[in-house]
Design a protein around this ligand. Structure first.
Ligand code: NAD
Length: 494
């Protein structure tokens, strides 16, 4: 029996996808003349090659999505619901194969990879049940005015490498439910699971409704500039988000941008240190710190700073960093070489600046080809240091001391980012009051990273434009259309 808590390589090899990774364009497999290597971050080995989409192939994918659009928007909503629910079924039925492939390309331990696959299935099912509202503005003897929500057309979806499946279905499910067609571009670092999903969905969807293209650095800009695309839904870094916005301007594409963050956690002196330490650890180091809403600045009240530091260091000592396909691994490698070098540079900068490490901070010279870094906690660095100011997006956490609530709120808000944050306290009223003063799209109290399909999620400031999830997120794939009917125009005496 497959044991999720103790995944073993032998079990996983019972179920895996074949090694053919083609794009899906107009409902059919598409290869290309050139290919990109996909690397296993735990070993540095090339595990697959994927097509490097040409500009002509992107045109084909957009044309296929465009020609599928009229029939898809006219398809009864109940059939579109069934199609979105089919994604959930396909993900769940093939969860084991997806999880193994996910670990090979992304690095995350296989049990956690399985959580993402099943989470994506759960998301698709939940979105398939969402209502597309009709708002009645006026219903009087003279007039009925209502606002409906009609699809935009062709959506271009751009996905990062940290949650390659979940963040993909966050775009696919609402786009298709509301009657749009879509062209998805996964990250070149993690294209495999999305290519397989599209392959498995070919038989369940009309040709052209769901296309997946893969490519290198040229492909994203081609997509965002394409005149056949009506909306871009982008998840990635703030720097790239700015480029996407510029590029989308030529035909006024609708935009949803989910961008970077530098989330603060504020830990008040009344918490039970033993109880919160493990939760704080995973808020910062889940997925090796490669989460947009990871805790990236940990502010702890001075009265409990030492106790929390000790508890985190003790916990870190029990955590196993390694190949995600090996039993007992808690944290995998950094996902790709570029990010590995970036995080190493941040650690080297902290060391060169004379900062103190509570744990970690040593970068191994040799790690068997994989991109492994130790869990690293920096001890109360100055607010202006790079490790505090920059989004690490890796296993490096600055732990900072505070004394005064107004001061810590000001420090938490002194960031260009405004994605999310958390407050930890036994006094819920006080925590809610602090939360209300944080300049972020989401604030959690006594937990972190709780996201649901029915809860709107989006960034303030430089962390994004627009919303994903919830009804607000669904409606971002629509144009409001108001139909106003004068009822009495043809009645006697009118
Ligand atoms: P990235 O911006 O480098 O890449 C994201 C995607 O954009 C990839 O598919 C990439 O190929 C593509 N891309 C790159 N240049 C492009 C361009 N000029 N035009 C169009 N597309 C382009 O980000 P990443 O390194 O893959 O992901 C990490 C970043 O994503 C972090 O900053 C993280 O905080 C952020 N992120 C945000 C959220 C959120 O919901 N707010 C979620 C996950 C990750």
């Amino acid at each position: 029996m497959y044991d999720l808590a103790n995944p073993a390589v032998e079990d996983l090899e019972l179920a895996h996808f074949d090694g053919d990774f083609s794009m899906t364009i107009g409902g059919a497999a598409a290869s290309a003349g050139e290919f990109l290597d996909v690397v296993n971050p735990a070993t540095g080995e090339i595990i697959a090659k994927v097509p490097d989409c040409t500009a002509a192939q992107l045109d084909e994918a957009v044309a296929a999505a465009r020609s599928a659009f009229p029939a898809w928007r006219a398809t009864p909503l109940e059939e579109r619901r069934a199609a979105v629910a089919k994604f959930a079924e396909v993900l769940a039925v093939h969860a084991q194969e997806f999880a193994r492939l996910f670990t090979l390309e992304q690095g995350r331990p296989v049990a956690k990879a399985m959580e993402e696959i099943m989470g994506a299935a759960f998301w698709c099912k939940a979105v398939s049940d969402q209502e597309i509202p009709v708002i009645v503005n006026e219903d009087s003897p003279e007039r009925r005015s209502e606002t409906r929500h009609v699809p935009l057309g062709v959506v271009g979806g751009i996905v990062p490498w940290n949650f390659p499946m979940l963040l993909g279905v966050w775009k696919i499910a609402p786009a298709l439910l509301t009657g749009n067609t879509i062209v998805i571009k996964p990250s070149p670092f993690t294209p495999l699971t999305m290519l397989k999903l599209a392959e498995l969905m070919r038989e369940h969807l009309p040709a052209g409704v769901f296309n997946v293209v893969t490519g290198g650095d040229r492909l994203g800009p081609w997509l965002t500039a394409h005149q056949g695309i009506d909306k871009i839904s982008f998840t990635g870094s703030t720097a790239t988000g700015r480029r996407v916005m510029e590029s989308a301007a030529s035909n006024l594409k609708r935009l949803t941008l989910e961008l970077g963050g530098n989330d603060a956690a504020i830990v008040m002196p009344d918490v039970d240190v033993e109880q919160v330490a493990e939760k704080l650890f995973w808020a910062a180091f889940g997925n090796n710190g490669q989460i947009c809403i990871a805790t990236k600045r940990l502010y702890v009240h001075k009265d409990i700073y030492d106790a929390v530091a000790q508890a985190l260091v003790d916990y870190a000592g029990k955590v196993k960093v390694g190949n995600g396909l090996e039993q007992g691994t808690d944290i995998g490698p950094v996902q790709n070489r570029v990010q590995f070098e970036r995080v190493k540079d941040l650690i080297a900068d902290a060391r060169a600046s004379g900062l103190n490490f509570l744990t970690g901070g040593d970068v191994p010279e040799e790690s068997g080809g994989g991109y492994f870094l130790p869990v690293t906690i920096v001890d109360n660095p100055p607010e202006e240091s790079r490790v505090v100011q920059e989004e690490a997006f890796g296993p490096v956490l600055p732990m900072l001391k505070f004394d005064d609530v107004d001061d810590v709120i000001a420090r938490a808000n002194a960031s260009e980012y405004g994605l999310a944050g958390s407050v930890w306290s036994a006094d819920l009223d006080k925590a809610v009051e602090i939360a209300g003063r944080l300049e972020t799209g989401t604030v959690w109290i006594n937990e972190a990273q709780y996201l649901m399909p029915w809860t709107p999620f989006g960034g303030h400031k430089q962390s994004g434009v627009g919303i994903e999830n919830g009804q607000d997120g669904l409606l971002q794939y629509t144009n409001p259309q108001t139909i106003s009917v004068r009822k009495d125009a043809h009645s006697a005496g009118a």
